[in-house]
Design a protein around this ligand. Structure first.
Ligand SMILES: Cc1cc2nc3c(=O)[nH]c(=O)nc-3n(C[C@H](O)[C@H](O)[C@H](O)COP(=O)(O)O)c2cc1C
Length: 345
């Protein structure tokens, strides 16, 4: 993939992306999203550049993928440019579409070590990282950051520096480092940024669905201002990969159960028993919004095999035959896609 990848994709407006999420955006999750919404660009969970350089085992686990995931972006974090550069070469060797640099993680231990959000204030290091990586590989380099440290006054200056150093795309989560996950995401600073950059800009934070993303990337000031190039969805996709489809698509219960089976089977194939431990949280999230989910929770959080998942799915099918072909909102008008998608049971 070449450095113009993001610009060319932005021309087909909008870019719709799955957010990098530790503990979620692994290959099975990305494959499920791509199966349902093939136009989505999927970002991986973050991996340490140092880990990728020094551990063949991590390389295999993090970078082995299915070609159906393309375009696939691998996100990495660390602090020193040389390590980023070496990791970039390894990632490129695996045929990955692009590399994203984490400059937004607010977790205390990440920031204390000079990674993630701390790069927003160690600007020269941040610029050097981008420059070295851009020169070392042919694939595009992007950065995911936040509004900045305490407010968004310096966001444009910071991101202009990243662009000048060679970044091909900037994604901004509309919260500051100090906010972490508190309050609601604010896109005002992201619209301002877009007016000043020539590389595409993606907005992130509290986007609930494709249609919500479309509303949020349009500049409220009207046609004389540039709109954002795309949106990225994170938490709203938990148990709801349909959120990436245009038109507020709602699956039927039968589709949800089939996707639970698919997801479980992929987790088993890619991660074996560990995959089953991870499947438990996803399975419960798929059924969030159905008032009877509690009845099956105990079984769902104890699955040890694909067979166990099949048993619960068959029980639900038997118990709720009459609503299998119904959409959640028809069955439970109190529920909306928004409420459902955000469920972390
Ligand atoms: C469980 C979880 C793990 C996350 N892991 C990462 C990560 O590895 N890299 C990253 O840049 N952001 C990470 N984030 C932040 C998301 O990418 C995204 O910026 C944030 O959730 C806001 O978007 P949302 O409101 O659509 O969820 C994570 C968020 C969550 C909830």
């Amino acid at each position: 993939m070449h450095k113009n990848f993001w610009k060319e994709l932005a021309e087909k407006w909008p870019i719709s992306a799955l957010a990098p999420m530790d503990g979620y955006s692994d290959s099975p999750y990305r494959q499920i999203v791509k199966k349902i919404a093939p136009e989505t660009v999927v970002f991986s969970e973050f991996y340490s550049a140092d880990g990728l350089v020094h551990s063949k085992d991590l390389q295999r686990k993090a970078l082995t993928h299915d070609t159906k995931e393309y375009p696939l972006i691998i996100q990495i974090f660390w602090k020193d440019p040389a390590m980023f550069r070496e990791a970039a070469k390894i990632i490129e060797g695996y045929g990955i579409t692009g590399i994203d640099i984490n400059m937004g993680c607010p977790a205390k231990k990440v920031v204390k070590s000079g990674h993630g959000s701390s790069l927003m204030i160690n600007r020269d290091t941040a610029f050097q990282i981008v420059e070295e990586m851009s020169k070392a590989v042919k694939i595009p380099i992007s950065v995911k950051t936040r509004l900045w440290w305490a407010d968004h006054a310096l966001l444009t200056e910071f991101c202009t520096g990243l662009q000048n150093a060679g970044a091909n795309l900037i994604t901004v989560h509309g919260r500051t480092y100090q906010q972490a996950f508190k309050g609601s995401a604010d896109f005002t600073g992201i619209y301002d940024l877009k007016q000043h950059l020539s590389v595409p800009v993606i907005g992130n934070g509290d986007v609930m669905s494709y249609e919500d993303g479309m509303k949020k990337i349009i500049h409220p000031g009207g046609g004389e201002y540039k709109n954002l190039d795309g949106f990225m969805i994170g938490r709203a996709s938990f148990g709801n990969p349909w959120c990436f489809l245009a038109g507020d698509y709602e699956p039927t219960l039968a589709e949800i159960l089939e996707t639970m089976m698919d997801h479980g089977a992929l987790l088993w194939k890619w991660k074996d028993r560990k995959g089953m431990m991870e499947a438990r949280k996803h399975l419960v999230q798929y059924l969030h919004g159905f008032p009877w989910v509690k009845e099956y929770r105990t079984q769902l959080v104890h699955v040890e095999s694909v067979e166990d998942i099949r048993k619960v799915v068959d029980t639900i099918k038997g118990d709720h035959k009459e609503i299998l072909k119904q959409k959640l909102s028809a069955y439970n008008p109190e529920s909306s896609m928004a409420v459902w998608g955000c469920g972390v049971d």
